[in-house]
Write a protein that binds this ligand. Structure first.
Ligand code: 5GP
Length: 199
């Protein structure tokens, strides 16, 4: 059996309900952990440093890029985001599946560096619905909402390298699909063929 964990990348427009789906899907799974990203974005009300993100300034972010401390990094609507490398490598080595919630440019970097990573794209039922959700959430200015909708359209155009697409029209169903994908991934013949030798 392959003891190493799997890297699971989820992307999709912010406001698509990704985190709700993922939390529902993994609450009963002890084999999946989240990677916490660094960002130069300012915390939203209620966000805690070290929980949703490590909030850093641009100088510190650039230093992390220069020191090769990030597995991938990208800009999203005027802010920088990146995945700290050490945490991910250590968890994968220990056999945990590691989940990255990242946008499409960063996901493409991962796909190129680590083609075995599982790539999942989660979308809301429509972009009108996304606008409603973003406006209702109320954490972004109207201008930022428009910028995020433009970015969402661009991401749809670029997303053809993902393995799976989940439409979040019902969070429970979407979570069940998400969990089924992870389970199926662990049943792959190539990962399990040693079982046949040892039986
Ligand atoms: P938000 O500002 O809404 O928390 O996130 C904006 C976007 O940045 C989301 O699509 C989210 O998936 C993405 N994001 C969060 N962390 C990272 C990261 O470490 N790297 C990349 N490339 N994107 C990230």
């Amino acid at each position: 059996m392959n003891e190493k964990g799997k890297l699971i990348v989820i992307s999709g427009p912010s406001g698509a309900g990704k985190s709700t789906v993922v939390f529902k899907a993994i609450e009963n799974r002890s084999d999946v952990c989240f990677s916490t990203s660094v960002t130069t974005r300012k915390p939203r009300p209620g966000e805690v440093d070290g929980k949703e993100y490590f909030f850093v300034d641009l100088d510190r972010f650039r230093e992390m890029v220069e020191n090769d401390e990030l597995l991938e990094h990208a800009e999203y609507v005027a802010n920088s985001y990146g995945t700290p490398k050490a945490y991910v490598e250590q968890k994968l080595e220990s056999g945990m599946n590691v989940l990255l919630d990242i946008e499409v440019q960063g996901a493409r970097q991962i796909h190129e560096k680590m083609p075995e990573a599982l790539m999942i794209f989660i979308v809301p039922p429509s972009l009108d619905e996304l606008r409603n959700r973003l406006e209702k959430r109320g954490t972004e200015t109207q201008r930022a909402v428009e910028a995020r909708l433009i970015r969402a359209r661009q991401e749809y155009e670029e997303a053809d390298f993902y393995d799976y697409l989940i439409v979040n029209d019902d969070a429970d169903r979407a979570a069940a699909e998400f969990s089924a994908i992870i389970t199926a991934e662990h049943c792959k013949f190539a990962d399990r063929k040693d079982i046949l030798k040892n039986t």
